[in-house]
Design a protein around this ligand. Sequence first.
Ligand SMILES: [Ca+2]
Length: 182
Amino acid sequence: MKKTAIALVASTALALLAGCATTRTGDSDPRTYHWLRNVAEGENAIAGTRDWTRFEAAIPATAEDYSFAVLLRSDGNAGSAWFDDVEVVDASGTVLKSFGFDKDEEGFRPEHDPADAMAFDADVGHNAPGSLRVSGTDGYNGWLFSHIVTANSEGTYVIRGWVKLDKATGKTYAAAAMNGVE
Ligand SMILES: [Ca+2]
């Protein structure tokens, strides 16, 4: 067990150096994810000051993809962005995940440091209070949710939701990090 743990720590450190994350698929599943590519990165990006605005990102999954991480990005933003009422929809139109952020982050976490650029905001929301805020990023960063399993089936998934901006610079958008499995 110890040897396995050390190997996992080493592979995670290498993955982080390469700018991606390697994580276990689950307690009963010994396989690990590895990052393949990002899709929809920077597409349909918005900026400025806007009341709640609909966003949607098409995520084409291929046969080599086992899963993807949802990315709610606000890159190089000296102002603020809030994400709320986010849904992940599969190729048949079925809603796989729905996030209202009523009480907490619902499994989303900061993509990477500085983590304090991301915060759960209990006071601001779209249909109801509670949303995910991003403020003061100087590169690419935002919120990440892993994993949506596609199980190597081809099809276009959709990440959609609502975003509010206050003096937002840079690019605010949704994207996905596609993963293979070992
Ligand atoms: Ca909410």
